[in-house]
Design a protein around this ligand. Structure first.
Ligand SMILES: [Zn+2]
Length: 386
């Protein structure tokens, strides 16, 4: 790969013929059409937050360096390899799409700056490396560079490495902020559309965790139906079983739960009622586990992280129970006391016993001293989840 350093290109030059697509949220061209700002392996423009974009313009106005920008030479055109966020920000400012606050806190577009300041921005020289090489080596190298300020996410790197018709079609569906389904997806999938989180989840689910293998295999495909179908099947299933949208549903492993339970019938009304009851139950401390608990037929209580007896309660109950047992000459484990053999009179140490709900939590038993008794390890375990 050959690289050439250019310092003669100014903000004015770069922004010549700049075009910002408001709908897709990306800057497209610069340098009078010679520069492609967002080639398909680049990520979406994510600086439009009123902070990072304003900081770029501030830096230029103060004469701070913007950092190195990398272009890739393609014929007689260039593609932005690194610097897309900064260039798009400059382009938006120069074309009146972005305002900054002046010393008096007033919003100012570029026209509102005095001539000296305006020219300071436009005449700023950029530090640009032009890279000339084969596509694979450019992409390999792109994988290793870190974009200033915000490191690339894993999926953004994968999109670059496996760029092609498949990624392009996937991004149109899963990385498109205009997609009307995003709001529905956001209830179950964490992250942001711009940072490729939905795309990553969709690929993760359909590929059973082997995203890279899947992207590599389908790289030249134009049909993304299998990815869409599976993703929608999972989302439709969960939104069908659970009428309620609770914030703890976001980010759960819905694909795993779908695989495990989607053939099981559920009474949607009863499910909804249980969700609300468990949310209202003060002993349930892990709300995230409620959904899997219900799907699994309310068997695995460990998912709910039921509040346990505190140390002081356990100490008091142990002392009381042991004193009584010694008086009667029986084991301090009530279940051992009922049995034949040497354990029937055995006094267990505190460390050899576990606290147990007399009335099970699932039958409405409270986690308080009145409902607490100590059992030996063996008997507590054999009691199981009753
Ligand atoms: Zn026992």
């Amino acid at each position: 790969m050959k690289t050439t350093l250019r310092t003669d290109i100014t903000v004015r030059d770069i922004c010549e013929g700049f075009f910002y697509n408001e709908l897709e949220g990306k800057g497209l061209f610069g340098l009078n059409g010679r520069l492609i700002i967002q080639p398909e392996y680049q990520r979406n423009y994510i600086y439009a937050d009123g902070k990072k974009d304003v900081a770029v313009i501030d830096s230029v106005l103060k004469g701070f360096p913007l950092g190195v920008i990398y272009f890739n030479q393609v014929g007689d055109q260039y593609e932005v390899l690194d610097g897309q966020q900064r260039i798009t920000t400059l382009g938006r400012f120069v074309t009146h799409k972005l305002a900054i606050k002046d010393k008096n806190g007033m919003e100012q577009y570029i026209d509102g700056l005095d001539e000296i300041e305006r020219n300071r921005v436009l005449d700023t020289h950029l530090l640009i490396y032009i890279c000339d090489g084969e596509e694979p080596e450019i992409k390999e190298w792109f994988k290793t560079i870190n974009i200033v300020g915000i490191p690339l996410k894993q999926q953004e790197i994968r999109n670059a490495v496996y760029s092609g018709p498949f990624v392009t079609a996937l991004k149109e569906e899963f990385s498109n902020s205009q997609n009307p389904y995003i709001q529905k997806w956001s209830a179950y999938v964490k992250g942001s559309v711009n940072r490729q989180d939905f795309l990553e989840r969709a690929l993760d689910w359909v590929s059973k965790g082997n995203i890279e293998g899947y992207m590599s295999k389908h790289r030249q495909d134009t049909d993304i139906a299998p990815v869409k179908t599976y993703f929608n099947a999972v989302i439709d299933w969960v939104s069908g079983v659970f009428n309620d949208v609770m914030s703890e549903m976001c980010g759960l492993e819905w694909n795993r739960l779908y695989e495990q339970y989607h053939n099981k019938p559920y009474n949607v009304t009863a499910v909804s009622q249980r969700v609300h009851e468990l949310y209202a139950d003060p002993y349930v401390t892990n709300h995230k586990g409620i959904f899997e608990y219900i799907l699994g037929g309310e068997k695995d209580k460990s998912l709910l992280n039921i509040r346990v007896f505190d140390r002081a309660t356990i100490n008091r109950v142990y002392a009381k129970q042991t004193a009584k047992a010694k008086q009667k000459g029986v084991s301090n484990c009530p279940d051992c006391a009922l049995q034949e053999g040497s354990n029937s009179t055995r006094i267990w140490k505190l460390a050899e016993m576990d606290a147990d709900h007399v009335t099970a939590w699932s039958k409405g038993g409270a986690t308080d001293e009145k409902n607490c008794r100590m059992l030996c390890r063996h008997h507590n375990r054999s009691k199981g989840n009753k």
